[in-house]
Design a binder for this molecule. Structure first.
Ligand SMILES: NC(=O)c1ccc[n+]([C@@H]2O[C@H](COP(=O)([O-])OP(=O)(O)OC[C@H]3O[C@@H](n4cnc5c(N)ncnc54)[C@H](O)[C@@H]3O)[C@@H](O)[C@H]2O)c1
Length: 249
């Protein structure tokens, strides 16, 4: 087990990559705080405890500073510290166009609010106590949209590019405090975020990966374990594609 004794806060833990990450962290020996705007993050925590692990759930909105304060306070009261933050919660704009011209102001604010502001608020909430306790690790989730022009992902790409930049910024500001910050750019991963995507479009997404298949949420979680274990001691400020070779095409 590679995360024994660590306390991990995982956002987006109700489903998809966040759920897989919470479950994997628990299998690696971490205590996991499963945070999500959906109350069903409780079922992720329940699965962990039923399997003999340690976990709790909290319903929170990552775009609200007060929710972050409450979440971090509760985690510290319960477990004494937060060692690891997996900033995973995110949205795509499915309720209309996400083009530069077609976006509404409301949709821009929602997507950038969750996908970028939420990531900043999370780092702002945990870094002071990480410094106080002698260090910590953060992994943010960006996207290949941070690196590529992809149709109909204008607000999403802007937010995810911002996540990559903010990751570098946090890494350079807090490396001396032993707070290591990285981000992952997943390719297309088979999660509920793809609900409603037509089968022919899924096949196109799969074929953009060199391995010609969609990724699995556990494959993103595996990379986070690498960052958060002793194997990640010399890694900070980087964006790592977990994309089945899409980035080399
Ligand atoms: N699945 C992919 O193909 C893919 C590709 C690249 C990047 N990503 C990123 O990975 C992350 C996870 O995506 P996923 O595929 O698991 O999506 P998902 O929709 O399955 O899960 C996202 C989770 O985030 C939660 N969430 C949304 N808004 C929230 C808020 N304001 N506060 C708290 N929780 C909130 C949702 O309730 C949900 O549980 C996202 O940041 C997404 O942009 C996904």
């Amino acid at each position: 087990m590679r995360l024994t004794g660590k306390v991990a806060l995982v956002t987006g833990a109700a489903q998809g990559i966040g759920e897989a990450t919470a479950l994997r962290f628990a299998r690696e020996g971490a205590t996991v705080v499963c945070a999500d705007i959906q109350p069903c993050a409780q079922s992720t925590a329940d699965r962990i405890t039923q399997d003999g692990g340690s976990a709790s759930a909290i319903q929170m909105d990552t775009t609200k500073a007060a929710d972050w304060d409450r979440t971090v306070s509760e985690a510290r009261e319960r477990y004494g510290r937060v060692d690891l933050l997996a900033n995973i919660a995110g949205v795509v704009a499915l309720d209309g166009p996400d083009t530069v011209v077609g976006l509404t102001e409301e949709r821009w604010d929602h997507v950038v609010g969750v996908d970028l502001k939420g990531v900043w608020l999370g780092m702002r909430a945990v870094i002071p106590s990480m410094i106080e306790q002698g260090g910590g690790r953060i992994c943010n989730v960006a996207s290949m949209a941070a690196l590529r022009g992809l149709p109909n992902l204008a607000a999403y790409s802007a937010a995810k590019g911002g996540v990559a930049a903010l990751t570098r910024q946090a890494a350079i500001e807090y490396a001396a405090d032993n707070v290591l910050v990285n981000c992952i750019a997943p390719g297309t991963i088979d999660t509920p975020i793809l609900a409603g995507v037509q089968p022919q479009d899924l096949a196109t997404f799969a074929s953009s990966h060199a391995v010609n298949r969609l990724g699995q949420p556990g494959e993103v979680a595996a990379m986070m374990v690498h960052f958060f274990s002793d194997d990640g001691d010399f890694l900070t400020g980087q964006l790592y594609p977990v994309c089945g070779g899409w980035s080399i095409k």
